[in-house]
Design a protein around this ligand. Sequence first.
Ligand code: GLN
Ligand code: ZN
Length: 739
Amino acid sequence: MASHVVGYPRMGPKRELKFALESFWDGKSSAEDLQKVAADLRSSIWKQMSDDGIKFIPSNTFSCYDQVLDTTAMLGAVPPRYGWNGGEIGFDVYFSMARGNASVPAMEMTKWFDTNYHYIVPELGPEVNFSYASHKAVIEYKEAKDLGVDTVPVLVGPVSYLLLSKPAKGVEKSFSLLSLIDKILPIYEEVVAELKAAGATWIQFDEPKLVMDLGAHELQAFTHAYSALEASLSGLNGVTGFGFDLVRGSKTLDLIKGGFPSGKYLFAGVVDGRNIWANDLASSLSVLSALEGIVGKDKLVVSTSCSLLHTAVDLVNEPKLDKEIKSWLAFAAQKVVEVNALAKALCGQKDEAFFSENAAAQASRKSSPRVTNEAVQQAAAALKGSDHRRSSNVSARLDAQQKKLNLPILPTTTIGSFPQTLELRRVRREYKAKKVSEEDYVEAIKKEINKVVKLQEELDIDVLVHGEPERNDMVEYFGEQLSGFAFTANGWVQSYGSRCVKPPIIYGDVSRPKAMTVFWSSLAQSMTKRPMKGMLTGPVTILNWSFVRNDQPRFETCYQIALAIKDEVEDLEKAGITVIQIDEAALREGLPLRKSEHDFYLNWAVHSFRITNCGVEDSTQIHTHMCYSHFNDIIHSIIDMDADVITIENSRSDEKLLSVFREGVKYGAGIGPGVYDIHSPRIPSEEEIADRVEKMLAVLETNILWVNPDCGLKTRKYAEVKPALSNMVAAAKRLRTKF
Ligand code: GLN
Ligand code: ZN
């Protein structure tokens, strides 16, 4: 019985690759230094899998940036502006595409399916001259072989590659990406031939696009591509095996039961690559036994549901994690062991001790008092079946709010955070490490808030924020104060390039032992007569940016978080905060891959948001904020959130967002599409901002438009923020005189 792993994290157990990359980019170390770190990481991964007994060990899943960019390099599809003149693509051209250089910005980056991993979007047009320009797959295969490990080289499949691309500038409307298939297949054939010559007997083509809703034309491309590959590669017997995700693919098992091509291998992805939970080995074993009955003993391979890239690296580096919680977890290194244990169990070599330890952990997770909180379960169950809406409609509410707030037209505000200086980060870190007393910490934060309040008053902003100086991260801050969350020391997951995130782990029922933000928000409000926004992260965003428990549906967990945030909203209101912003930055990114599942998700996600604020007075103004630009398909859900004001990251996709309203979607609540991009250090001029606002006014009513930047200002410097906001306020004031 064989075992297989789809792919493995690249960063290393302590983010070794991140530090090597950043040091190389800063010119502090050489290309050889970087190569050495990368090679060491690869070799330790291969050795570990080989020691663990994995039969099919992947190679070429390592990357110094991204596997899609690696494929772009393999195909020589470098956009001309990067000045590549042929030859093997090296770090200079590669990292210029990834990160830009002094004269050319980076290529676009976008989210990989429904994960938090981002890939570099290939830009393809009829002019691209494909050529075999990066031999990385072959080099890494040989590198492993030299270490005594025979691996399965992994390639992003040709059809998914094209479908993940975008048409190059100038051909956006007229170009079919799939029309390039016959141009890239010859390169794939070259790569495969070279891999075969080097000794590879298996090659893994990742075609993740197959999980999407595809049209006949796209499906046809798969058939065409793989029969062409087969025909050209004599000796390679067609597609020999198929790997499926049996965790996310809720219908996969039934489909396989309904018929699987005879004589082919089934790589059964039963170990979840998307979370940090230990596998329920007994239950996986019964799934595998059923599959064995269908495909036969010698054709079943135990595998992971997807690449382990999307999970944390190694539990060994979590000495501080609570022992019981730790027994419920498996990071990438542990998942490899699980895969192998399952494979051995199927062929009669069950490691009884390992299985009974696992069963004990599963049982403890089911019965542990730290997981279940009866009161929370009951409160969440009571929510179901009822709708949660504020008692008056939005226009009545806006009237009541305006009586209290008395804002000018085109009111100005910001999204929450202000620049986080090194000094500020230091104070927070030292307080956490108990090197700074509570008193000194409060004093330092208070001073910072005061500075931010005074600055906003000087700038003459209408609705103020406290600047979030006490927060390291908008999810972590709340997770740390809620019950049911655990945090790791090294549970990093690659987000893009060298950037990693460390999602909290939601292991139990979520509740709020005490108020989380009221102290700071009241303090900030006491410093000014202007309205001070209370600032919260919404339940859907907390959920989508965490590792979520898998022992109850996601929506249950989301409702529990919603109830906790509801308590916070109501406490803020009681403390005299009249404007409360509940960020749902990540609502859009939780959208399921299949269209048939969209409505269900949007329903509970939007419902969760409404639960948080359905209980406030008409005169309390609820804001929300959303990042990332693809809203057009969910605009009706956004309206259904029924916030009084929504601010939206917009400046990178201006026309798209406004076109919804141009096409007649009615929006009656306040809306603030960001007027400038805070991701760039560039300072927008007053004219430019005024222009932007005027464009918005052409489609949106004057009395609902707000003027604000795209997102929080945390990553910017004061030298950028002050003039930018000053221009923003000046633009708003100038436009006000016109009405
Ligand atoms: N309130 C958060 C902040 O300003 C929102 C962050 C975001 O836009 N993602 O930092
Ligand atoms: Zn944002």
